[in-house]
Design a protein around this ligand. Structure first.
Ligand code: ASP
Length: 446
C-alpha cells in the first residue's frame, strides 16, 4: 500500500493555526501515514524560533544567569497552542522534567532537541497518531557519526508496528542513550531517513514556499518555479547558495530512489517541486533548470613556468591549504598556472600567513590575490545534449557588460560556473535568466 512521509518545517507548526493546516493536509490523503515535525518556527518575521530560545536557555545557564524567564516564554507558547487546538493534553509534566534536566547540566543537544520533541507530542495528539521517539531508533556512534544502516533497520522495524505516527525531527541518540542532534535544519534529514525506513513512495517536505524557483526572487522578482529537478542538479544549485532543503537530506532518499516533493503548507494545492533521480526529457525541454550563486570569494593565482612538468606541484599547494584547514570551491588551472577559489570568510586573519607559506614552500614566479569574486552556477542536465549553451551564456554576459573573471564547467557537464566581480553579481544573474528563460519563452511562443 502507498505510504507517504510528510515532514513539516518550523513555520508549518509555528502555532495552532498552522497545525490546523497540517491536519487538513494529512486528512486530504490517507497515504500520509508518517509525519516528521520541526520545532515551532517564527510566527511573524521578528519572532523567535523555538530552537533558538532553547539554546538561549542553555547560554543563560552557562553564564550563571537565571534562565526561567526565557523558559517560561517557551512553556507559554506551547500552552497557548494546545489551548487554541482544543486538545486535551497536559504539557506541564514534560516542562517540569526538561527544567530539572536543565538545572542538572543537560547538554546543548538535549535541550535543543526538546522543541521537536514537544512539537511532535502536540501534533500526534492533535492528529490522533502514535508518537515515536527517535532517540531509540535514530542512531549515532560514540563520535557522533550518524549510523545510516543501523538506523534504517531499527526504525523500519519499529514503524512497521504503527499504522501512523508522528516522529520528532532533528535528533537521535549516541550509544550511551544521550541525545544527539543533526546540524541546524536537520529535521529534513530525519524526514528522509523515515521515508527510506518505511519505503515511502514520496518524501513530502512541507515548508513555506511552493518549491524552488529558477533564480533568487530578490534578484529576479518573477522567477519561475522549478517543477522538476534531479538530485544532482539540486546539489549543484544548493551548494552555491541558500537552500530550502538541508543538503544532507538528499542522501537517504536518493539511495532508495524516493522522490522528494517540496510543498507549501500555506498553498497546499500547488504541486511544488519534485526532486527525482533521472531527468525526464518528455516533461521538460528547458536547457537550464536554475541559476544560483554567491558573493564573497577570493582567488589565489599561482604562476610558475613549467608547472605542468613539475610532478606533485598542485598536491604541495593543496597540502598547505590542508595545514590551515581550508577547503576550496574550485581549482581552475592552465599550463603554468593554478587558481584556487576560496570563500573569503575562510581566509579571515590567515591570508597573509597562507601566502607566506605558499611563497616559501612552492616558490612560484608570481602569486596574486583577487578578492570580491562572485560565483554563479547555471545548472541544467539538459545542457549536455544542446549546442551553444556556453556561447549563449557568455554572450548574454557580454551584452550586459559583465566581465567574466573565471570559467569552470563541472565534469558532469550539467553546470557552467562563472566568476564575476561581486558588484556585477545581480546584473549577471538577471542577464542569464533573461536569456535562457524570458527570451526562450518568447521564442517558443512565436
Ligand atoms: N529546529 C531545528 C533548527 O531550527 C531543526 C529543524 O527545524 O529542522 O535548526
Amino acid at each position: 500500500m502507498d505510504i507517504k512521509v510528510a515532514k513539516f518545517g518550523g513555520s508549518s507548526v509555528a502555532d495552532a493555526m498552522q497545525v490546523k493546516k497540517v491536519g487538513e493536509i494529512i486528512a486530504a490523503d490517507p497515504a500520509r501515514k508518517f509525519i516528521v515535525v520541526s520545532a515551532p518556527g517564527k510566527r511573524f518575521p521578528d519572532d523567535s524560533k523555538m530552537t533558538d530560545l532553547l539554546y538561549l536557555c542553555k547560554t543563560h545557564i552557562e553564564h550563571n544567569v537565571p534562565f526561567h524567564q526565557v523558559f517560561q516564554v517557551i512553556w507559554d507558547r506551547f500552552k497557548i497552542m494546545i489551548m487554541n487546538l482544543g486538545i486535551d493534553l497536559d504539557i506541564d509534566p514534560y516542562f517540569v522534567e526538561i527544567r530539572s534536566m536543565l538545572e542538572n547540566g543537560a547538554t546543548n543537544d538535549y535541550i535543543a532537541s526538546r522543541g521537536e520533541f514537544l512539537s511532535a507530542i502536540v501534533v500526534s495528539k492533535y492528529l490522533g497518531f502514535d508518537f515515536v521517539d527517535p532517540k531509540d531508533y535514530v542512531k549515532f556512534d560514540e563520535n557522533g557519526k550518524f549510523l545510516a544502516e543501523e538506523t534504517n533497520t531499527a526504525l523500519g522495524e519499529e514503524l512497521k508496528k504503527h499504522k501512523n505516527a508522528v516522529i520528532p525531527g532533528f535528533y537521535g541518540a549516541l550509544p550511551d542513550g544521550s541525545i544527539k542532534t543533526f546540524s541546524r535544519g536537520g529535521s529534513d534529514i530525519t524526514g528522509a531517513i523515515v521515508a527510506r525506513a518505511v519505503g515511502a513512495s514520496v518524501y513530502e517536505n512541507w515548508t513555506d514556499v511552493s518549491g524552488f524557483l529558477m533564480a533568487d526572487p530578490r534578484i529576479v522578482p518573477n522567477a519561475k518555479p522549478i517543477s522538476r529537478v534531479t538530485y544532482k542538479e539540486l546539489r549543484e544549485l544548493s551548494y552555491m547558495g541558500a537552500s530550502v532543503l538541508h543538503d544532507e537530506a538528499i542522501f537517504p532518499v536518493k539511495e532508495a530512489n524516493i522522490p522528494i516533493n517540496i510543498r507549501n503548507t500555506n498553498e497546499p494545492e500547488h504541486p511544488g517541486t519534485m526532486i527525482v533521480e533521472e531527468p525526464d526529457p518528455e516533461v521538460s525541454d528547458e536547457v537550464i533548470t536554475g541559476i544560483s550563486g554567491h558573493k564573497g570569494f577570493t582567488v589565489i593565482h599561482v604562476y610558475k613556468d613549467n608547472m605542468n612538468s613539475e610532478v606533485g606541484f598542485v598536491k604541495r599547494v593543496l597540502a598547505i591549504l590542508e595545514n590551515y584547514d581550508i577547503s576550496f570551491e574550485h581549482l581552475p588551472s592552465g599550463i603554468d598556472t593554478v587558481s584556487i577559489v576560496i570563500a573569503t570568510q575562510k581566509l579571515e586573519g590567515i591570508l597573509g600567513d597562507l601566502l607566506d607559506d605558499i611563497q616559501k614552500k612552492i616558490n612560484p614566479d608570481t602569486l596574486e590575490v583577487h578578492a570580491n569574486l562572485a560565483l554563479i552556477a547555471t545548472v541544467g542536465c539538459g545542457m549536455n545534449r544542446k549546442k551553444g549553451v556556453a556561447a549563449t551564456l557568455f554572450n548574454s554576459l557580454y551584452q550586459a557588460d559583465v566581465n567574466i573573471r573565471m570559467i569552470d564547467q563541472g565534469s558532469g557537464e550539467m553546470n557552467i560556473i562563472v566568476g564575476v566581480e561581486d558588484e556585477d553579481f545581480e546584473k549577471a544573474i538577471k542577464a542569464i535568466y533573461d536569456t535562457f528563460v524570458v527570451e526562450k519563452a518568447l521564442k517558443d511562443k512565436n
